[in-house]
Design a protein around this ligand. Sequence first.
Ligand SMILES: *Cc1c(COP(=O)(O)O)cnc(C)c1O
Length: 394
Amino acid sequence: MSNQAIPYGRQHITEEDIQVVIATLKSDYLTQGPKIKEFEDNFAAYVGARYAVAVSNGTAALHLCALALDVKAGDKVITTPITFAASANCVRYCGGEVVFGDIDPNTYLLDIASVKALLEASPKGTYKGIIPVDFAGRAVNLEEYKKLAKEYNLWIIEDACHAPGGFFIDSNGEKQFCGSGHYAELAIFSFHPVKHIASGEGGMITTNDETLYRKLLMLRTHGIVKDNDLYENTVAFAGGEEIYPLWYMEMQALGYNYRITDFQAALGNSQLKRANEGIAKRRQIADRYLAAFSDLPYIKGQSGSIEGHAYHLYILEVEDRLGLYNFLRTKDIFAQIHYIPCHLMPYYRQFGWKEGDRLQSEQYYKHCISLPMYPTLTEDEQHNVITAIKEYYK
Ligand SMILES: *Cc1c(COP(=O)(O)O)cnc(C)c1O
């Protein structure tokens, strides 16, 4: 038995992962090499999307999506308060306005009824887009959101950071994987070490829209294009005679350097091979938590045995959350809280958001706690977590 601390999430690096990274370090490319396209192609296939663009992190992915969709000053975009701040911040990077909906207290996902209420309360055209989040790994029903988006002429960015491999069942009875691009313009993922697939820092955008795909590729690398067919300046200006000289390239938009490195892509690629195995483990862990707590009255709203749930997080809602959190720490069990409602962050309060604005999210925040959930959590370790929680409430 080890006495290692138990965090809420942890990456799993195998010997094979290490060898793949070493091989890439010894290759000719540290960045912009062949591993990036390989990772993109494999990832697109994994989620069932046509295109994938690998980037430096999930936040950069969100920013590029907002840029590609032309978010501008004054544009209003709806998202959930129960998410990592980046889901909302990407709108602010472009000068847009974030409007928070509320969550459904049963699923913890952005409540479509709250979104409808916002849309109906303003003239059509007020809102430009919606950023739903597959929070904790539970897939948003994007088919429903797509209907709403059509009616109000909105785009959708699916923040799928918690849910590679997650899915929902649509009205035709078909599995719709998170990031498949079937019901959303764009989807984004993160490869931060606490997420399903770790590449150090890293992110991915998936889409089925070729125009957006081209735009994302350009914006990822400074807004530069290198393609004879796309140049705006003349051949003569470029210094050629009949054709553009080989050195020529153009910066056509204000892009960024949001590239991932080749060795990160190699690591992501290697991890992707074990992604399904990881989800199977996460589901086993979820089932054990569910069985352990299912008849305990102080625990509400727990997730368990939900089809298509990718279980990035396993969340309980408990009484005396602070007491439990501190007690677990004394046992070297580091639970975490996901999330402090975004609309109550000091940064967002400056726009007028205050307590009482989003009651379901605020109520949820008072009780939520994320238990250790990662593929290498052993049965013994999980047993210790369960025992400690039961001991606390005895
Ligand atoms: C992790 C995360 C992000 C940001 O990803 P980074 O790679 O850390 O920039 C965005 N949204 C959600 C929901 C996340 O969990």
